[in-house]
Ligand binder design. Structure first.
Ligand SMILES: Cc1cc2nc3c(=O)[nH]c(=O)nc-3n(C[C@H](O)[C@H](O)[C@H](O)COP(=O)(O)OP(=O)(O)OC[C@H]3O[C@@H](n4cnc5c(N)ncnc54)[C@H](O)[C@@H]3O)c2cc1C
Length: 444
């Protein structure tokens, strides 16, 4: 019998808990799914009671707040199987578990900076991997998706069956159903040269320019991001980082350590480093590269993809999100290009293959109110607008205007196709408690 929780039940709040703590969701019913059959039952229940349905895995990417409806939680669906270089994972699996399982086969998944993130949510958002410039998006490696659609049917979408659904899910996410299992190719990686270089406030402006110039010369074996992180002036932060606005350059290089050392030499020479963790490491330790804190908290984030990072843009980033910014903001600059710009055989939707960098801004909401953060992020992204080519839904976190997102994320042609598919598979818009793609009004 499927476990259903209602407000007032003792486990209701703990079942809703996740990494993001600043988005309120109060469903009428939580279905704690343990299998695809439970998900089918939940979606059929929602249909019978005319309720909207949402899905929650780890809570890293929680989007809009809501009240009412049915929320399906997937964290108990943790099966993993690896066969002939293909991983099959159930809906609640996190990357850390796949990294460990794949390593036993001499393989790695296209996982990202943080092993605690959920495989399904990450992959349906495109999936920007530590190995992305060499192997492309995680979504490009997907071979099959099992999904419960609004009619309560469990379907299998592949490049050959349910082709529209296969396309729409990889970018359109939970607008089209609740995924119960994913199958995707692994890549032959066991070790890499990686880690981070850290620099202090005084070198911030120099280092971001040095990284931008350096990035232009890198082969696709090099995936790299630069994080600007305001470190609090508190005893919990170790010296010498305490109180510094740190520039953290993240490196994941697929090649031998000697060549890695040669490639990063200009970065090491750019300014005095406060920290340097670069070394050859097994892929199972790839979470140490970014070393992101595993503690749940409230945050709000937005992003833009951009065609370049010129000096005007870097000045704007420093002005609106640097040491003197009104709301403390973590900025992440990701180098795109390489295989992330290649056209895969079976592309998904909502990822800009022409963009050269992403600019992401994230602020913790515990000390600064959300309207102030939205205003501060708004100023930053307004300043970048002349070079902005779009935005990535997967890096939009916390409260945003739900309706405004779809038109900014998808091209008009893609949005038309998405709304048409939505009208075919979810005409009642049962899956609307998300950045919603509405069903086309003029369909059939
Ligand atoms: C610390 C941190 C590091 C990150 N690093 C990276 C990175 O390196 N690369 C990258 O690309 N992204 C990264 N992300 C973004 C992350 O991939 C997205 O936030 C993703 O949506 C998280 O999925 P989740 O299942 O863990 O979270 P959840 O909040 O549980 O789910 C988020 C969304 O995923 C979708 N989803 C989840 N499960 C299902 C399902 N079964 N069926 C249908 N839809 C589903 C839904 O749209 C849901 O709203 C990071 C996020 C954080 C907070």
């Amino acid at each position: 019998m499927t476990t259903m929780l209602r407000p007032g039940d003792s486990d209701y709040d703990s079942e809703l808990a996740g990494f993001q703590t600043a988005v309120s969701r109060r469903p009428d019913v939580i279905v704690a799914a343990t299998s695809a059959a439970d998900v089918v039952e939940a979606v059929r229940y929602a249909g019978e009671h005319d309720l909207p349905v949402a899905v929650h895995s780890t809570g890293h990417g929680v989007g809009i707040p809501f009240e009412g409806g049915v929320l399906v939680t997937t964290q108990r669906m943790t099966g993993i199987r690896i066969d002939a270089g293909i991983a099959r994972v159930d809906a609640g699996v996190r990357w850390g578990a796949v990294i460990e399982a794949a390593a036993e086969h001499g393989l790695a998944p296209l996982s990202g900076s943080f092993p605690g993130v959920g495989v399904v949510g990450y992959t349906l958002g495109g999936g920007f991997s530590l190995l992305g410039r060499k192997y492309g998006l995680a979504a490009d490696q997907v071979t099959a998706i099992e999904v419960v659609t609004a009619d309560g049917e469990l379907r299998r979408a592949t490049p050959d069956t349910e082709k529209d659904l296969f396309w729409a899910l990889r970018g359109g996410r939970d607008n089209f159903g609740i995924v119960t299992a994913l199958e995707f190719r692994l890549v032959p990686v066991t070790r890499l040269y990686g880690g981070s270089l850290q620099f202090g406030t005084a070198s911030l402006a120099t280092v971001i320019r040095a990284w931008r110039d350096w990035a232009a010369e890198m082969p696709r074996e090099m995936t790299s991001s630069l994080a600007m992180v305001p470190m609090p002036d508190l005893p919990v932060v170790p010296e010498p980082l305490r109180g510094q606005h740190v520039a953290q350059i993240r490196i994941a290089y697929l090649g031998d350590a000697a060549e890695g050392e040669r490639l990063v030499a200009p970065l090491r020479a750019a300014a005095e480093t406060l920290g340097d963790t670069l070394a050859e490491i097994p892929f199972t330790e790839s979470g140490k590269i970014a070393n992101e804190p595993p503690i749940p908290h409230g945050y709000r984030a937005d992003n833009a993809t951009v065609s370049e990072l010129n000096d005007t843009m870097l000045d704007a980033i420093l002005e609106h999100a640097g040491p003197d910014a009104p709301a403390p903001t973590v900025v992440l600059l990701d180098l795109l290009g390489g295989a992330l710009s290649d056209a895969p055989e079976h592309p998904g939707v909502g990822w800009d293959r022409e963009a050269r960098f992403t600019v992401r801004a994230l602020s913790v909401v515990d000390h600064v109110a959300i309207p102030e953060i939205r205003a501060a992020h708004g100023k930053l992204f307004d300043a970048l607008k002349p070079w902005s080519t779009g935005k990535l839904l997967t890096f939009v976190y916390g409260e945003t205007g739900a309706d405004e997102e779809a038109s900014k994320v998808y091209s008009p042609a893609d949005l038309r196709r998405l709304t048409g598919i939505k009208a075919a598979v979810d005409p009642a818009n049962r899956f609307r408690l998300t950045h919603n793609v509405e069903p086309a009004r003029d369909a059939g």
